[in-house]
Design a protein around this ligand. Sequence first.
Ligand code: 3HC
Length: 296
Amino acid sequence: MAEIQNVGVVGCGLMGHGIAQVAAQAGYEVVVREVDQATLDKGLGKIDKQLARAVERGKAEQADADGVRARIRGTLDYADLSPCDLVIEAITEDLELKRAMWREVDGIAKDDAYFATNTSSLPVIAQAAATSRPERFLGLHFFNPAQVMKLVEVIRCVTTSDEAFGVGVEFTQTIGKIGVQTRDSAGFIVNRLLVPYLLDGMRAYEEGVGTITEIDEAMKAGAGHPMGPLTLSDFVGLDTLGSICDVLFDEFREKRFARPPILRKMLAAGWYGRKSGIGFYDYSGEAPAENPGLVR
Ligand code: 3HC
């Protein structure tokens, strides 16, 4: 099996920064690429914060945290991905953007490098086909926060070779995650089951079954979930959720995957959840409070 030493991560946002951190924690040399310095600094700043928190809580030694950080190099230049053995994509959930990005990376990466997409729902084959190496392409779907969540869905598309799939499985093990194999079907396992549940949480709210807080508290206390559906929707990002449900709806044409009207209105208002400071909750105060615009 090919040996992976250098890992490239494209995108240093919500998922990319976490993927870069877990890879560096496992000893890989990581190059993470962003589109502009401000976005890159924001993502690397999150890694610094997580590492400092681990040291503060006695979960890591300062020297180890420094070692992890030293293995992560930020860049704006695709050319810096040239030494990478594995490149993982974690950019916006937009197929055309992803395909354009892969065409760029394909021209720079080593011939024997493997490519993986962290897409949450888009067909892996649609990205693999944009490269000159569809047999070296697979899906590695991480969960937010990538530093904490144990699962990585390892997705084989129709062109993925056994070798490339094996590299993905082995990489997942070396970073301490649980790899579950899935087929290249929209939403894979988790989002196919989770997204309709989150959308149902929104519909329950729209129909007045409970308040935002009541729905969340009920699912935490009654079903043992760490976050209620509306908190989790804000956490995932309502824009990302909107893109995922569009892909699922296109694929399956089932109402349970369709955007509920409240989600449409919130996206039109620019309320993307935690990342924009407001979603089902307003995050501007000490503790999250129900979004007053929704309560009216
Ligand atoms: N980044 C890194 N580490 C984080 C973190 C973050 N954003 N948030 C929390 N942590 C770490 C903390 O450092 C802490 O680590 P420690 O125990 O080693 O000190 C640990 O997680 C627990 O954190 P807290 O005590 O602060 O908070 P909680 O116990 O409430 O846990 C949570 C936070 C892990 C986020 C928990 O609420 C949870 O599991 N929520 C559900 C998350 C979930 O379902 N994610 C999947 C979303 S779906 C998805 O990602 C798919 C995509 O395609 C859309």
